[in-house]
Design a protein around this ligand. Structure first.
Ligand SMILES: [Zn+2]
Ligand SMILES: [Zn+2]
Length: 466
């Protein structure tokens, strides 16, 4: 018998946690943070207690077969070592709301993801850009390839989202198949990939889809017509950045999300055509070079003593140096260093890529900055407690700023287009504040699960069992 069990992330954006379970095997997805607003970095979490604390705060799901012995005992669940089932995860992509919890799993849990996600994850870990610690038992699967654990077979299906490596999964058991979309869009560089995903999933038994853009306005999804244009696309952002680089007199700063590697790869070229150089933060440079080793990168050096001999690097590392110096010490490719002073001396020669974490660099640069472009970087919107502070800083420094993001999620019409193309027997929308607004006449039926509910999959139907 195959059961689908639903936990976190059903009526919110983040922390999706679903288990597909047979008598012997349990496949789970994803493992990011739900209820993430509750996290406050000013509050100390015990080193050994991360998973325990986060389960109690509703950020992670309490579950058999995924935590270490000590944590599981405290939570009153079976640990990974003591559970009889073959437990494993599949992770759709490297956004924190889908993978932030990986460092809190028992170290033995096998975690499958696309090969590209696996590459990115290893670089995130190398740059100390993951929560708690690296989960080492991660296994990369090429797009289109399948693997089998116990009596569950999973196929990794590429999809387009605003992060490298995004995929969905077709999960097959003796009782039927379940398609999990992960997050997706049709307005990125690769609409064809998302279209192919829909075609390949055609007629599956169950589709579990994200519904992020159905969260905000009142929408009658069934009556939506195809929009005349796609709105802000990745291509339009490139054109915008080219135009601003050509017309602005001073330094242009872009706050992007550094895991959208393809955007930055293209931007290197776009900015150079406009006669400027794009300067990257060290971790961003590392992520780009991991996928585009032929790219030539300029890296921001905050202080000159970061240019060290290997011996000096070792010492600083042992001494637990600051994270930026650490990251620079980890760059294992050729790059052109650019200092803050060089940006100030020649502001029209550069575009600076900058994470919100470094916004105080603008205090030094403010007279040089002509325009600050907010393009899908953190803090994303007013639901983020930092959003107000972010604007306060820019206003205080008198820096002109524009929002020019594309978003990673399908506009509502295209969610329906996805579902109309797939024509599933059962539709399960989640990862949305208003999943009830996600509809398709081509779906046989729709299920809106509640936390903790189990459904039995058989004969192409889902029936509530407990
Ligand atoms: Zn995402
Ligand atoms: Zn998401």
């Amino acid at each position: 018998m195959t059961k689908l069990k639903f936990y976190n992330g059903l009526r919110e954006i983040g922390g999706t946690f679903v288990a597909v379970e047979t008598d012997t095997t349990r496949c789970m997805f994803d493992f990011g943070f739900a209820n993430a607003d509750i996290i406050d970095n000013k509050v100390k979490v015990g080193d050994k207690n991360w998973a325990f604390d986060y389960v109690n705060l509703g950020i992670l799901t309490p579950m058999d077969g995924i935590y270490d012995d000590e944590t599981a005992a405290k939570l009153g669940v079976k640990s990974f070592n003591k559970d009889d089932k073959k437990n494993f995860f599949v992770i759709s992509h490297m956004h924190i709301d889908h993978m932030g919890g990986l460092g809190m799993l028992d170290r033995g849990v096998p975690v499958y993801m696309s090969s590209e996600s696996c590459t990115l994850y290893k670089h995130l870990a190398k740059m100390r850009d993951v929560e708690v610690r690296e989960h080492e038992n991660c296994i990369g699967i090429d797009y289109g390839k399948s693997f089998t654990i116990g009596d569950i077979t999973v196929t990794c299906m590429q999809i387009d989202h605003d992060v490298v490596g995004a995929c969905g999964f077709m999960i097959t058991t003796a009782d039927g198949n379940i398609c999990y979309t992960g997050d997706y869009r049709f307005h990125g560089f690769h609409r064809n990939i998302t279209e192919k995903f829909a075609d390949d999933a055609h007629n599956c038994d169950v589709v579990i889809t994200e519904g992020v853009t159905a969260s905000f306005d009142d929408i009658d999804m069934l009556s939506l017509e195809e929009p005349e244009n796609m709105g802000n696309t990745e291509e339009l952002l490139q054109e915008y950045m080219k135009e601003k680089s050509e017309t602005e007199k001073g330094l242009v700063v872009i706050n992007n999300y550094n895991r959208n590697v393809e955007r930055i790869h293209n931007l290197i070229n776009t900015i150079s055509k406009a006669g400027r150089k794009l300067v990257l933060e060290p971790e961003q440079a590392d992520y780009v070079k991991a996928f585009y080793p032929e790219d030539k990168v300029n890296v921001l050096i905050r202080n000159t003593d970061n240019r060290m001999t290997s011996q000096e690097k070792e010492i600083k590392e042992r001494e637990n140096c600051d994270i930026d110096s650490y990251r620079i010490s980890k760059l294992d490719f050729d790059y052109t260093p650019v200092t803050l002073k060089e940006l100030k001396d020649n502001p029209s020669g550069y575009v600076l890529q900058q994470d919100y974490r470094h916004i105080y660099d603008l205090i030094d640069l403010k007279d040089a900055v002509a325009l600050y472009v907010h393009a899908d970087g953190s803090p994303l919107g007013d639901y983020d407690p930092s959003f107000k502070k972010f604007h306060m800083v820019l206003d205080k420094l008198g820096i002109t700023h524009e929002y020019k993001g594309t978003g990673g999620h399908s506009r509502p019409y295209y969610i329906r287009h996805m579902l109309d193309t797939i024509e599933p027997k059962v539709l399960v929308p989640l990862h949305s504040f208003r999943p009830e607004q996600v509809q398709s006449l081509k779906a046989g039926k729709r299920v809106l699960p509640e936390y903790g509910q189990s459904y039995e999959l058989s004969g192409g139907d889902l029936k509530l069992v407990e």
